[in-house]
Design a protein around this ligand. Structure first.
Ligand code: AMP
Length: 185
């Protein structure tokens, strides 16, 4: 059974957070979501907080240097295997991550654009996130995903680390498939 660090890769709304929840409930993993960390940091009375208040929520990616530093700091405090949710999102981030730690498994949650838009708009009703509530921002997030993040599928395939899951399935089915992968990896 695979017991190392895991990356959850997929478009916004592909179910990364939901799968991460199921994994941490059943296995000894720490869930690290850069989106959650950035949203928290946004409220702080720092230069970074100020910067994030104007950029986060637009659907654009936060610059690599900022996110890389956040992840580097976070990983120094971690004492068990972790799940990265929302990081890396660019090739530059993936290359930086390789200088920090070892990742053996990348789970790619694949979903259609239709499902993504539907799920995010649904989530927006309760998440209070501006970037979940506007069609225009969601489309921008999708554009960013295809241009910046999608190349990571190739990047990790070439390293034989990528396992694809059909993110259209129910969360129970996705988790079951994930367990099969974990056991055979
Ligand atoms: P998420 O909760 O993962 O959808 O992230 C929400 C927002 O935070 C994204 O739209 C980006 O603006 C920013 N963000 C989160 N993770 C990253 C990352 N790895 N690189 C750049 N921006 C990020």
């Amino acid at each position: 059974m695979y017991k190392g660090n895991i990356i959850l890769l997929g478009a916004p709304g592909s179910g990364k957070g939901t799968l991460a929840e199921a994994i941490t409930e059943n296995y000894n993993y720490l869930h690290i979501s850069t989106g959650d960390i950035l949203r928290q940091e946004k409220n702080s009375d720092t230069e970074l907080g100020k910067f994030l208040r104007t950029t986060l929520g637009s659907g654009n990616l936060v610059p690599d240097k900022i996110v890389n530093e956040i992840v580097e700091t976070k990983l120094k405090t971690v004492d068990k295997p972790f799940l990265l949710d929302g990081f890396p999102r660019t090739i530059k981030q993936a290359e930086f991550l390789e200088t920090l730690t070892e990742i053996g498994l990348v789970i790619f949650l694949s979903v259609s654009d239709n499902t993504i838009v539907k799920r995010i708009l649904e989530r927006g009703k309760t998440s209070n996130r501006p970037d979940d509530s506007s069609g225009e921002i969601i489309l921008n997030r999708l554009r960013q995903y295809y241009s910046e993040t999608m190349p990571l599928v190739d990047f990790y395939s070439k390293q034989n680390k990528l396992m694809k899951l059909n993110g259209e399935m129910t969360k129970e089915e996705v988790f079951k498939e994930f367990q099969i992968i974990l056991n055979m990896f």
